[in-house]
Design a protein around this ligand. Structure first.
Ligand SMILES: [Fe+2]
Length: 402
């Protein structure tokens, strides 16, 4: 278990890391909201502070008083048990409080949480602080994906130059690695923080299978495009084809064509690197790619997406054999985001954190180049709807025999 000092350090480190990420952004950059699914940077800065004020300080601080009680509604994301929420799609309209005031509020809440921890760090408070840290880390990644999405709406295609993050892949010979088959233990065990959706630990059955030692690359994706993959319904799920047609999808989200394909990232708009993992694709695209690769890509007959249990069992035992399980792109799996057997949501407000989203989403495993340091686990379950593609999402292939 972390000592009080270590937890204090971790708390302040996570708070400071958020502020580091926006170094170089203007107040205008922090204000705008680019679509309903994304949030303004200022809202992220405020919401992670709301979490500490409403979920930690309100329950534990003597003589608690809101900095501003209206913020309890403005910066509530989806917690129905807390009360009213400002509509998600209107977060960019909140020109007040100012960015300056949000920073003042952050500092105020931070010092009050610090005081609370030094005063009496009970086991429940310790756990809530760890939840607050992990929550802020999740929003750090969202802050980056949302800024990237916002900047992509601007014809100037600005770079977020103070952030040097890349998902480039180390080039190595391709090979299939045998996965872990038989009865495998899935889910979190042991000490340390984990989300409720990672537990309880339980047995699952993996059939014999193999996993690719690398992620699907831009080069392979280019072959899919050039072979008309986005124009041929035979590769697509029905819902996926309807999505491709209605949204005019013809390439990964940030790809744009000049003489050659470019891709937009926080570094700006640059030519795609063929050996890098493809990123910002939806589940629909990942699934269509496997159907196409099965029939059309040399040496890839029989490929499919791995299940989340295949991914996890491998990561727990052999992560040194595949060096891009973490830190490049989240990897789509063929697993629905469902509760594990005997799953129980957390009690209280935190019960709304994960369990209520276990419908109509697919699980992604690993982590991305934008994931905060210390926020990756072999048991971590990320999840998004089948059409979402503003996150750093890619895929790793699996197959049943080689
Ligand atoms: Fe949140």
């Amino acid at each position: 278990m972390l000592t009080t000092d270590s937890l204090l350090n971790e708390f302040h480190r996570s708070r400071n890391y958020t502020v580091d990420l926006i170094n170089g952004l203007t107040a205008e950059d922090c204000q705008a909201q680019s679509m309903d699914d994304t949030s303004p940077t200022k809202w992220h800065l405020a919401h992670v502070t709301w979490f500490y004020e409403v979920i930690v300080l309100k329950s534990y601080e003597k003589n608690f008083a809101f900095w501003n009680s209206h913020f309890a509604v403005l910066f509530n994301s989806y917690y129905n048990s807390v009360g009213d929420k400002h509509p998600r799609k209107h977060r960019g309209l909140l020109t007040r409080p100012s960015l300056t005031e949000v920073f003042e509020w952050r500092k105020n809440v931070e010092s009050r949480v610090d005081g609370l921890m030094r005063d009496n760090l009970t086991p429940e408070l310790r756990w809530l602080i760890q939840l607050g840290i992990n929550h802020e880390q999740q929003h750090q990644e969202l802050l980056l994906t949302d800024i990237q999405h916002l900047f992509y709406q601007n014809p100037l295609l600005p770079a977020h130059s103070s952030v040097d993050k890349t998902c480039n892949q180390f080039i190595k010979p391709f090979r299939w690695v045998e996965g872990i088959s038989g009865i495998v233990e899935i889910g979190f065990t042991g000490e340390g923080f984990h989300f409720d959706n990672e537990s309880p630990c339980h047995s699952a059955l993996n059939q014999k299978h193999f996993l690719a030692n690398q992620l699907v690359t831009n080069h392979q994706w280019l072959q899919f495009i050039e072979d008309g993959g986005y124009q041929d319904p035979q590769w697509w799920l029905d819902a996926g084809w309807a999505w491709v047609c209605s949204e005019n999808i013809s390439a990964p989200f940030y790809w744009n064509k000049n003489d050659f394909y470019f891709t937009f990232s926080l570094k700006g708009n640059l030519p795609i690197e063929l050996s890098s993992p493809v990123s910002n694709i939806s589940y629909f695209e990942a699934e269509a790619f496997t159907r196409w690769a099965d029939k059309k890509l040399d040496g890839f007959a029989g490929v499919r997406l791995p299940t989340e249990f295949e991914w996890e069992a491998f990561a727990k035992t052999n992560s040194n054999m595949i060096d891009d399980l973490f830190g490049k792109v989240w990897q789509w799996t063929s697993s629905n985001y469902s509760p594990y057997p005997r799953y129980e949501a957390w009690e209280g407000i935190a019960g709304e954190y994960n369990g209520k989203f276990m419908i109509n989403q697919m699980v992604l495993r690993g982590s991305s180049a934008y994931t905060s340091p210390g926020h990756s686990r072999t048991t971590y379950r990320n999840f998004f709807p089948t059409h979402a593609r503003w996150q750093l999402t890619g895929l790793r292939l699996a197959k049943d025999s080689v």
